[in-house]
Ligand binder design. Structure first.
Ligand code: G6P
Length: 369
């Protein structure tokens, strides 16, 4: 077993370190340094097909849903189509508007999640087109979807998803670029900027991983916190949801994720000494607002940590501890901001003696409804 873990203590850590490769593999053959478009062979996202689509649903569970939430924001911003992201177990039991002008994107690492599969079947029955974003080749969702975008994360063994999530983010990045371009919403210049930024991500993830020891130190410092609140705006809020889920899953710690501006409408009542606030600031457009949210919490006795972009001195001054990640295009910050969150959850879990790769009560693939 030790050999399978490639010298790492756990599969989770091994899989965190595989992310530069996973991102490269998911980009490979789809976009390269001279590409003028995203190449998605066999996936029908041509102009004629896309012009008929008047809405998109992104449906998934767990971590895959959080990747879908990033997809929703980017697809709306880049392709100017309305997108609803929903968890499969909700979607399937309401009465969503599905017809032949609907595109449903289902996201699933295993391709076997029962609720996600049921949502897919419901959409197909109503005549919608279904695109699966799936990691396991030949899985049920991959077989039943009209088209499949394979994430190339390789087998993920740890129950808590890390590398599959990064691959799903890359899928969302490529799909939003593809659809945006097909619909004429992304011009050649903008495409080139996005392409270049995307191709730099693997190396930037490597740089984040080189600083992993700093995250480990902060995990040790915060080992005995009572609870943790992840906050962010826009794409950072999507990252916050994933950060809170990860620490719940592997460290069994009470964690919440909130849009930064919403904290004051309730959850701030829970903040006290012993709480940790994790402020995510990949998105700098509303920096001042988020800093004032952070200050409100600090004043109530919480320890405050931020994950922010390199060179953001304002945030450094506003918090107790900061972790910096390399700068990238604003569309792609989530992927980099999330890596320290994974490491933080991992090291807290190890410090608390949890069963990191096989957390209690959880299953890798949930085939019950
Ligand atoms: C389970 C796993 C999660 C995963 C979710 C969706 O709950 O423990 O890590 O995110 O299922 O799985 P899927 O295979 O559909 O991505």
């Amino acid at each position: 077993h030790a050999a399978e873990k490639g010298g790492y203590d756990h599969f989770m850590l091994k899989e965190i370190y595989e992310q530069p490769k996973v991102i490269r593999d998911t980009l490979l053959g789809r976009i390269g340094k001279d590409s003028t478009e995203v190449q998605l062979d066999g996936i029908r996202l041509d102009k004629e097909t896309m012009e008929k689509i008047n809405k998109v649903y992104i449906v998934a569970c767990g971590t895959a849903y959080y990747a879908g939430s990033v997809g929703k924001m980017l697809l709306e911003a880049q392709a100017r189509v309305p997108v609803v992201a929903d968890v499969a177990s909700e979607f399937r039991y309401r009465d969503p508007i599905l017809d032949e002008n609907t595109l449903m994107i289902v996201v699933s690492q295993s391709g076997e999640t029962a609720d996600t599969l049921a949502a897919l079947r419901m959409a197909k029955k109503a005549g919608a087109r279904v695109l699966g974003v799936v990691n396991v080749v030949g899985s049920t969702i991959a077989r039943e979807a009209d088209d499949v975008f394979y994430t190339c994360a390789g087998p993920e063994i740890a129950v808590a998803s890390t590398k599959a999530y990064s691959a799903q983010l890359v899928a969302m990045y490529l799909l939003s670029m593809k659809i945006g371009q097909v619909l004429g919403k992304i011009g050649d210049e903008e495409f080139a900027v996005l392409r270049d930024a995307l191709l730099e991500l693997p190396e930037k993830v490597e740089r984040v991983l080189e600083n992993a020891h700093l995250v480990e130190d902060l995990a040790r410092k915060n080992l005995h916190m009572k609870n943790v609140f992840y906050i962010g705006r826009g794409l950072d809020y999507a990252a916050a949801m994933e950060g809170a889920l990860k620490i719940k899953e592997v460290a069994y710690l009470h964690a919440e994720s909130y849009p930064a501006g919403e904290l004051k409408h309730g959850p701030i009542a829970l903040i006290e000494e012993g709480s940790l606030l994790m402020g995510l600031v990949g998105q700098e457009a509303l920096l001042e607002k988020t800093i004032s949210n952070i200050k409100e919490v600090k004043a109530r006795g919480a320890n405050v940590m931020a994950i922010a972009m390199e060179g953001n001195e304002e945030i450094r001054l506003a918090v107790d501890d900061a972790i910096f990640v390399p700068r990238t295009h604003p569309n792609f910050t989530t992927l980099l901001v999330n890596i320290p969150q994974q490491l933080f959850a991992y090291h807290i879990a190890c410090g608390l003696g949890r069963d990191v790769d096989k957390p209690r009560n959880l299953a890798k693939s949930v085939t019950v409804e």
